[in-house]
Ligand binder design. Structure first.
Ligand code: SF4
Ligand code: SF4
Length: 110
């Protein structure tokens, strides 16, 4: 479930507002978006993927709010962590190019 919009990182581009399929965020004039309907989050990670500055954190738990803080996420390097793992963003390797996926395809016979 979406947990954090980082005030220190967000550049108010409102991409998360646009891409969320369940309209979880509200844009704020002159400010950063707010999580307005957290219960509607589908834990799809799309907002995190599209955030250009890794300012979002979607927790893998789709049923409950974990209550994680931005400080904890910064410490663990987890803000935008899903996006980083998928390889979106400048200087990252897309997951489709990872060696293990190639090996998996070889083993699968594809
Ligand atoms: S994880 Fe998906 S449903 Fe949840 S806020 Fe982000 S885009 Fe919306
Ligand atoms: S996509 Fe990221 S930078 Fe843009 S408004 Fe949302 S949280 Fe902020």
């Amino acid at each position: 479930m979406i947990e954090i919009v980082s005030e220190s990182r967000c550049v108010a581009c409102n991409r998360c507002v646009s891409v969320c399929p369940t309209n979880v965020f509200d844009s704020v004039k002159g400010g950063i978006p707010v999580i307005a309907r957290q219960d509607d989050c589908q834990t799809c990670f799309i907002c995190e993927l599209y955030c250009p500055v890794d300012a979002l954190y979607v927790a893998p738990d789709s049923e409950a709010v974990t209550g994680v803080t931005e400080e904890e996420l910064e410490r663990e390097g987890l803000l935008g962590g899903y996006r980083e793992k998928v390889g979106w963003g400048k200087g990252r390797v897309p997951v489709a190019k990872h060696e293990y996926l190639y090996q998996l395809s070889v083993r699968s016979g594809f």
